[in-house]
Ligand binder design. Structure first.
Ligand SMILES: *[C@@H]1O[C@H](CO)[C@@H](O)[C@H](O)[C@H]1NC(C)=O
Ligand SMILES: *[C@@H]1O[C@H](CO)[C@@H](O)[C@H](O)[C@H]1NC(C)=O
Ligand SMILES: *[C@@H]1O[C@H](CO)[C@@H](O)[C@H](O)[C@H]1NC(C)=O
Ligand SMILES: *[C@@H]1O[C@H](CO)[C@@H](O)[C@H](O)[C@H]1NC(C)=O
Ligand SMILES: *[C@@H]1O[C@H](CO)[C@@H](O)[C@H](O)[C@H]1NC(C)=O
Ligand SMILES: *[C@@H]1O[C@H](CO)[C@@H](O)[C@H](O)[C@H]1NC(C)=O
Ligand SMILES: *[C@@H]1O[C@H](CO)[C@@H](O)[C@H](O)[C@H]1NC(C)=O
Length: 376
């Protein structure tokens, strides 16, 4: 029995080597290059295999299962559950004492410096989470198609990702800022140096996200990385958590049917490290904490109250859309990010400081690193 298990593991490991080494060799890459490149190669290959081969080889999921079971021993696989654990240091800056109440009080948040890092625990240290630099992030996303869809939170996330990839001081970033914030519009950019294509799609309601996913399905063309989220618009304009719940269920059904490995997902159990990675990398932008007294209209303060926030949050949990509840999307936990950063990190109780979105981008990139490593 033990021999058989060992045999299976060896076979799996051998298969893993074949998967890793053959395409790396073909592409002219060398394992001696830095770790990041290795990961990016692995990511690229896993995406290529999943996206291009799966429809033609129905047996690929079995194969991938055997491969992934060989790498469960990678300690980083459990790290995926810890990647959202960020701690903050929020302090008044040196000019803070010049601030006084005659000034626009919503700008007080600007007078606080925000620093963040992964929490300082033994378990997290072992995970070696790291803030990716511009070139690391570019390597990782080289040649990828990234789609970000949702409301203003998604827009701010997009800004933060491009800020990292293009560099905050770059001329191109100025035009990105101008174009991206045209009200209620889509935005598309090709980062020609790395061949990364990024689409921002304005999708304020879950139904818009569902339509988008259905379009990918009919076009048989799916982004490598997709980040989406919606909820605040629905809360303000419909204020009906059971309707939100209904639409999340429909979205979940569509997303699952888009994934080649969807049948592998255990619907009622939390996903553990041993479950094969799905083809595309899918993320959900969670709802930020809302600070009711700071919301800028009476309507918002009335409708977007704590009780409604919790009802919407419960709907999200009940829909089992998230990986954390057995679904297909990995949560970027804006609730914990914004809660831990606190009231000095927002000027309107709803949209947060750039540091929040910067942290969310790094959480996503670190998740991609772990996932791409784990797949092969
Ligand atoms: C408050 O701020 C205003 C505008 O910046 C400034 O003119 C004024 O002197 C400040 N008052 C105090 C008491 O610091
Ligand atoms: C306060 O500043 C915000 C942006 O910083 C601006 O949108 C708002 O109109 C200002 N309010 C007042 C009363 O000046
Ligand atoms: C503190 O923050 C304010 C508002 O963002 C800024 O104008 C000022 O230059 C900052 N001061 C220091 C010393 O960083
Ligand atoms: C992206 O990949 C291409 C080849 O696939 C390579 O020529 C280029 O140097 C890469 N760029 C970065 C930033 O890694
Ligand atoms: C990328 O495009 C910009 C303008 O669109 C151009 O200035 C730059 O030279 C291009 N870079 C590469 C590597 O093609
Ligand atoms: C989003 O969905 C709503 C409700 O179905 C619809 O009215 C709106 O036109 C859609 N917006 C976009 C940008 O697709
Ligand atoms: C809330 O949405 C549900 C499902 O769409 C609907 O049946 C119900 O009538 C709505 N409730 C209100 C108060 O509009």
């Amino acid at each position: 029995m033990l021999m058989m298990m060992l045999g299976a593991v060896q076979l799996g490991a051998a298969a893993a080597c074949v998967v890793v080494l053959v395409p790396m060799g073909m592409a002219g890459w060398h394992l001696s290059r830095n770790k990041m490149l290795f990961f990016s190669g692995a990511l690229f290959i896993s995406l290529a295999i999943c996206v291009h081969l799966t429809p033609y080889f129905p047996s690929v999921p079995d194969f991938v299962t055997s491969v992934s079971s060989a790498v469960v021993f990678d300690h980083r696989s459990s790290c995926i559950n810890l990647v959202n654990e960020i701690s903050w240091e929020v302090k008044p800056n040196a000019s803070f004492h010049h601030f006084n109440n005659t000034q626009n009080s919503s700008s007080i948040a600007d007078f606080y410096d925000k620093r963040w890092d992964w929490s300082d625990s033994y378990k997290l240290k072992a995970c070696e989470f790291t803030k990716l630099s511009k070139s690391d992030a570019s390597d990782l996303l080289n040649g990828s198609w990234v789609v970000i869809a949702g409301d203003s939170q998604a827009r701010l996330f997009t800004l933060s990702l491009l800020n990292l990839i293009l560099g905050p001081q770059s001329q191109r970033m100025d035009s990105v800022r101008a174009d991206l914030f045209k009200r209620h519009s889509d935005y598309s950019v090709l980062v020609n140096e790395t061949g990364m294509k990024l689409d921002f799609i304005w999708a304020p309601y879950v139904m818009n996200l569902t339509n988008l996913v259905m379009n990918f399905k009919t076009q048989k063309n799916c982004p490598d990385v997709m980040i989406m989220g919606a909820g605040l618009w629905h809360m303000l304009h419909f204020t009906n958590a059971s309707d939100y719940d209904l639409h999340l269920h429909i979205l979940k059904t569509q997303v699952v049917s888009l994934l080649p490995f969807s049948t592998e997902l255990a619907m009622n159990e939390p996903v553990t490290g041993s479950v094969p990675i799905k083809s595309s990398h899918l993320f959900w932008l969670g709802m930020p904490v809302m600070i009711n007294g700071m919301l800028n209209t009476e309507e918002k303060r009335a409708k977007m109250n704590d009780a409604m926030w919790h009802a919407y949050d419960k709907a999200l949990g009940d829909s089992k859309l998230l990986r954390q509840t057995g679904g297909p999307l990995f949560l970027l936990d804006f609730q914990s990010l914004t809660w831990n950063c606190g009231p000095h990190c927002t000027s309107d109780g709803m949209h947060y400081d750039g540091a929040i979105y910067e942290a969310a981008v790094q959480i996503m990139l670190n998740t991609l690193l772990i996932e791409s490593h784990q797949t092969l």
